[in-house]
Design a protein around this ligand. Structure first.
Ligand code: UDP
Length: 358
């Protein structure tokens, strides 16, 4: 009898030990779930592309839980070096819904768009279908899933031919091609959605995004490549036989177009500041729009000679007709972004941008 009782006590002790250790496991699991939940989850839509892949890196290094969504139509799977990857087209509402339920993101950064002006002129359906309908789909899925924070990548192309420079946010918006119009439509949709559904948005209008991350881990890979700086670098490396200047009769100091080049890392830093605005508890978030540029302009000829100087390489330059849809000068005023977002483009000296590409 006594032996039996002693046996029971041992069993009870064992059980107590077991329950205590199970309980501590449950507590630990719950604390880690809670801490994980504290880590904000950010969807980077279009995160396999040039700016999106840099953004995924910046956001992950800043401590966000990153999920990249991309249909890989222009992006590259091997550019997704940070965060999880989900193959998804923004026009696929069922898949989007499933992903929003699976991850419950706190914010979305939307980079997923077609962006070649000349292509938008010959195939506007492609642009309105993806850039406008696709974005509507994404926004509806966000609202259906109670995700109310979005940063939208817009463009200087919403302004059309500028009436003055530097271009501030108040400048009239009269895009001159379907690409610019598709972006302006989304800007207007965001404004309406914020009034009606309490969606919080930040519109970031990029001027000429350029450069690579300083570690050289990521790059700009468009196919076909149409942007000036990557093409000049190809010429400098001997990968193309020349560089063409599209138009030498513009009303500018040397007749070639002037653009405001902004380093991709500076753009990403602005996005991180944007996320801070969303997640800064207690601070009223106002939906807002910002022009992101470095505030000074360089002509095509100036950029070419800077590359020659910094690479110490000579290459052939040919003069061609103007490319349709190119405004003579695009320079951003970044005063609003610096005041409100603390935006400081400190990697965007043209020399630094070019050096990051060498
Ligand atoms: N450009 C050029 N040769 C090229 C590519 C571009 O002269 O091979 C010019 C283009 O006409 C524009 C400027 O370089 O004036 C910047 O063009 P990009 O396509 O890089 O950017 P965009 O300003 O069109 O967004």
């Amino acid at each position: 009898m006594l032996l039996n009782l002693l046996g029971c006590r041992e069993i009870i002790n064992d059980l107590q030990g077991y329950y205590l250790s199970a309980l501590s496991h449950i507590i630990i699991i719950n604390i880690s779930l809670y801490l994980n939940r504290m880590k904000k989850i950010v969807f980077i839509v279009g995160g396999a592309g040039y700016i999106g892949s840099h953004m995924a890196k910046h956001a992950a290094l800043a401590g966000y839980d990153v999920v990249v969504l991309d249909n890989l139509s222009t992006g590259h799977k091997d550019a997704v070096k940070y965060g999880k990857f989900e193959l998804c087209d923004i026009k696929d509402k069922t898949k989007l819904d499933a992903l929003f339920k699976k991850y419950q993101p706190d914010a979305v950064m939307h980079f997923s768009a077609y962006s070649i002006v000349s292509e938008s002129v010959v195939d506007p359906y492609k642009y309105y279908d993806n850039n406008v309908s696709g974005t509507l789909n994404l926004l509806k899925t966000m609202l259906d899933n109670h995700c109310n924070n979005v940063i939208f990548s817009s463009t200087a192309a919403v302004f059309g031919n500028p009436e003055y420079v530097p271009i501030d946010e108040e400048h009239i918006k009269k895009p001159i091609n379907p690409y610019g119009r598709s972006k302006l439509m989304v800007e207007q949709i965001l404004e309406d959605f914020s009034q009606a559904y309490n969606l919080k948005y930040l519109v970031f209008r990029y001027f000429n995004a350029a450069g690579h991350d300083v570690d050289g881990e990521l790059s700009e890979r468009h196919d076909p490549e149409t942007h000036l700086l990557p093409l000049i670098m190809q010429a400098a490396r001997g990968d193309r036989k020349n560089i063409a200047i599209f138009g030498t009769d513009y009303d500018t100091k040397d007749g070639t177009c002037i653009r405001d080049y902004i380093h991709v890392d500076d753009l990403c830093a602005a996005h991180l500041n944007g996320l801070n605005v969303f997640f800064n508890v207690g601070k009223e978030v106002h939906s807002n729009d910002f022009n992101l540029g470095n505030g000074s302009g360089f002509s095509v000829k100036e950029v070419i000679s800077k590359v020659k100087e910094l690479t110490n390489k000579d290459f052939t330059v040919v003069e061609r007709e103007r490319r349709s849809g190119d405004p003579a000068v695009l320079i951003a005023s970044n005063i609003k972004a610096s005041k409100i977002l603390n935006f400081t483009p400190n990697k965007s000296k043209i020399e630094d941008i070019i050096k990051s590409l060498i």
